[in-house]
Ligand binder design. Structure first.
Ligand code: ADP
Length: 779
């Protein structure tokens, strides 16, 4: 048989292994994964080097190729293998800066080696001349290769240490442990190969094959069996085997000794039988006990569902307060898992599937922000549908999380936690997420831990649901309370309306009735007296005007109330509107000796509005200022340009020096029929101090403002008739009302059922005609 050397054998195995690994790696090529590309490059160089070595050692050189080809192939691939070996670790750990920096230096050294090898520019003789200790080109190349190797051997632990500082996840550390093992063997292999000691070559080859197998496996598989668990299993198996061995050996030795001529054959047999039965009874139990104790010691015990649930229900009390429940639940989980930090997030999503994770309870964690996720976020999808844990490591390495939004990824990474566990209710609703830190001494989360978390998470889900429902019930209760208050107010409103209406309508009616009676009971002489008639008709006209005003006001307010106030839009100058209203209120102002100051209106822009309605609202505002200010007060009207929801607006400010309004009444005075204080105490009238009307003026002002797309509000420190702190009414109107918006608002309003007949000029004329006719007749 043709004798084959160890080197030859290893080179054949090397060619096969590197070839297979290269194909296997090429199958998982993803262009963006540089680690796989660099690994493939290393495998290719390894293959080339093994082919070259095989050709030289076994002498299987094809005649077509010159001998130097294979020498050249081994030399070049050996040098390049070291270069690529150094790049593997930084690239594997995504340390791009270190990888680029290293590759640059290593390639420069390699190129220098090439220059020396091919004796370009006589550089080799130059170096040898400069440093006499160096005797040949080979020595220079050797030095360069060893320097590159040293660099490669340093860059690996350096990048590993800095990565471990940044990322502390157990699974990451586990993979790094494997990688470190692989890289140490790889470094040894490359060094031995570089040294080119013929006696050691086969060791270098063997190590190179072994490390190639290891690093290929680690690069292509992100989830490797946990080394701590494997080690514990080995320790446990060895310890149990040893203990059983000792026991069986002692028993057998005892039997052997007993048989040493001291006993008869039958007695010895009986003794052996007794020992066998004893061992059969004891050993299985002992082995079980020993195994369990060692598991507990090395990995910690499994868990007991009943005990966990009992402890949970005893510790996490039936809390109705969300925050307290969260804190208690989280501290229970943290204690149960023997970890030192965690967060409980509650999903406050919008029901459309989007998730808003709000930190409800936090233990030993830095500041945590709220997280926002889309419904189709891969992480959220996994939690919702797989309904089990995801580790931060999974998110970092698994391809399905690659397409995750950068913000979401950053948010998760910033939590610096080990594992995320969903809190799911009834198999569908994601109520929250438990984010937990690493286990003590960086042990991995075992299957029993995940089981325990499942039990706890479903219990927390039930509690959250219960608390949510309880709180909802509370808010429904509150709403009901508010509604009953509203109904009470409505009832009060109705009573007020009847009382106000009877008061307000009766006063002018009494007037009319009185004058009408005077007319009916008038003597012939009185009927002939024009002054008497003038007096009676003026009285009737005054009363009916007042009656008409009140009925008109009720009609306008109900129109505004149901959104049916039609506006006659046109360009409006606020200065002229205010002037007109001020003229209307001229007499009352004069009567009460108030001072009216108008300023800053001329520069206001022209707005689109219903001038008549706007005069009406200013009438009411000025009239109120007149009424609720003691004689001799000052009423100021100013204006300014402003914006509301980024739309240009104008604001009119009517300030008085009157009795003021209690802040509690600031919104209620805009409600229909609402009047401050006891309505019985008001004096009715449109001029008198505190001469309250029907409580419809401000609701109408608000209705007109709203119909224009604007608003009105009041500012006043307090109600005080003595100090008179004054009130300030603000009326904001858009420069251009958005007609579509107004129409839209009206479209949803109920059609009006209110019908009032207005006195038109024809009606007035008809009355006048009739009186004239009567006068003619009597004359
Ligand atoms: P009224 O017809 O009673 O004046 P309003 O709707 O115009 O009804 O006003 C409602 C209530 O708001 C008034 O009864 C009054 O108590 C209070 N009020 C309105 N304007 C002023 C003001 N300028 N100063 C003080 N109180 C005011």
């Amino acid at each position: 048989m043709y004798p084959i050397s160890l080197d030859g054998l290893f080179s054949i195995v090397g060619v096969v292994v590197f070839g297979v690994l290269l194909v296997y790696t090429a199958l998982s090529w993803r262009l963006r994964d540089t680690a796989i590309i660099v690994l493939s490059l290393y495998l290719l160089l390894g293959l080339a080097w093994n082919i070259g070595t095989m050709a030289q050692v076994i002498g299987l050189m094809p005649d077509a190729l010159p001998d130097e080809f294979f020498t050249w192939l081994t030399n070049i691939s050996r040098g390049l293998m070291v270069v690529v070996f150094g790049a593997l670790t930084p690239v594997f750990l995504s340390k791009n800066k270190e990888a680029t920096w290293y590759t640059g230096v290593a390639l420069a050294l390699f190129s220098l080696g090439l220059v020396v090898r091919f004796q370009l520019n006589n550089i080799d003789s130059l170096i040898i001349g400069a440093i006499p200790a160096i005797q040949s080109t080979a020595v220079i190349i050797g030095i360069l290769e060893v320097v590159t190797w040293t660099l490669a051997a340093v860059i690996a632990p350096w990048t590993i240490l800095s990565s471990l500082k940044q990322r502390r996840q157990t699974q990451f550390r586990n993979r790094i442990r494997y990688w470190s093992g692989g890289v140490i063997i790889l470094a040894a292999a490359n060094l031995i190969i570089l040294l080119q000691n013929p006696n050691l070559l086969w060791i270098g080859m063997g190590l190179n094959i072994l490390s190639a197998l290891l690093i290929t496996h680690i690069t292509l598989h992100s989830h490797l069996p946990d080394l701590q668990i494997i080690t514990s299993h080995i320790i446990r198996t060895v310890a149990v085997t040893l203990a059983l061995c000792v026991i069986i050996f002692v028993a057998l030795y005892g039997a052997y000794l007993a048989n040493d001529g001291l006993m008869t054959r039958q007695v010895a047999l009986a003794a052996i039988l007794a020992i066998a039965i004893l061992l059969a009874l004891i050993l299985p139990r002992f082995a079980n006990w020993l195994e369990e104790s060692l598991t507990k010691l090395l990995l910690e015990a499994g868990f007991d569902v009943t005990r966990t649930l009992k402890a949970y229900s005893q510790t996490v009390s039936t809390e109705w307060d969300f925050d307290k429940l969260g804190r208690q639940a989280l501290s229970f989980v943290v204690q149960e898992m023997k970890i030192d930090r965690g967060v409980l997030f509650i999903n406050e999503g919008d029901g459309a599937g989007h998730v808003t994770l709000n930190p409800t309870a936090v233990i030993n964690m830095p500041e945590i922000n709220t997280g926002y996720f889309f419904a189709n976020d891969p992480w959220i999808m996994y939690l919702r549908y797989a309904q089990t844990s995801v580790t931060q490591y999974d998110i970092d390495v698994l391809p399905e999380y690659k397409k995750m939004d950068d913000n979401s990824k950053d948010w998760l990474a910033n939590q610096d936690v080990e594992i995320f566990f969903p809190i799911i209710l009834r198999q569908r609703e994601l109520l929250g997420v438990l984010a937990l830190g690493p286990k003590p001494s960086n042990r991995p989360y075992l299957e029993s831990d995940i089981d325990r978390l499942h039990v706890l998470a479903s219990q927390i889900a039930l509690d959250i649901d219960k608390t949510k429902m309880f709180n909802q019930l509370g808010s429904v209760n509150q709403k009901l309370g508010k509604m009953s208050k509203k109904f009470e107010n409505l009832d009060q409103g109705k009573a007020d309306f009847l009382s106000i209406a009877s008061h307000e309508l009766r006063t002018p009616l009494t007037h009319i009735h009185g004058y009408a009676s005077m007319l009916m009971e008038a003597t012939e002489a009185e009927l002939q007296d024009p002054a008497y008639l003038q007096h009676v008709f003026t009285g009737i006209a005054k009363g009916s005007n007042r009656l008409k005003d009140i009925v008109d006001l009720i009609f306008d307010v109900s129109k505004a109330d149901i959104g049916e106030m039609d506006l006659n839009l046109g360009p409006v100058s606020l200065a002229s509107i205010v002037r007109e209203a001020a003229e209307n209120q001229g007499q009352p102002i004069q009567q009460r000796q108030h001072r009216l100051v108008i300023s800053g209106l001329e520069q206001l822009p022209i707005i689109q509005g219903d001038s008549q309605r706007l005069v009406q609202s200013l009438d009411h505002l000025i009239n109120n200022a007149v009424k609720y200010t003691p004689d001799g007060g000052t009423i100021t009207i100013t204006g300014r340009s402003t914006t509301e929801n980024q739309r240009p607006c104008v604001e009119l400010i009517i300030t008085d020096t009157g009795i003021g309004i209690d802040p509690d009444d600031h919104t209620r005075i805009f409600e229909k029929f609402y009047r401050v204080g006891n309505i019985e105490n008001h004096s009715s009238g449109s001029v008198k101090f505190k001469g309250a009307g029907p409580g419809l003026g401000l609701p109408l002002v608000a209705g007109i403002a709203q119909a224009h797309g604007g608003k009105v509000w009041v500012e006043s420190p307090k109600y005080d008739e003595k100090t008179c702190p004054g009130s300030q009414f603000h009326l904001v109107l858009p420069v251009e009302p958005v007609i579509e918006m107004l129409k839209e608002a009206h479209r949803f309003a109920e059609p009006s059922t209110v019908e009032t007949r207005h006195w038109r000029s024809e009606d007035m004329q008809a009355v006048r005609d009739r009186i004239a006719e009567q006068q003619k007749k009597s004359a």
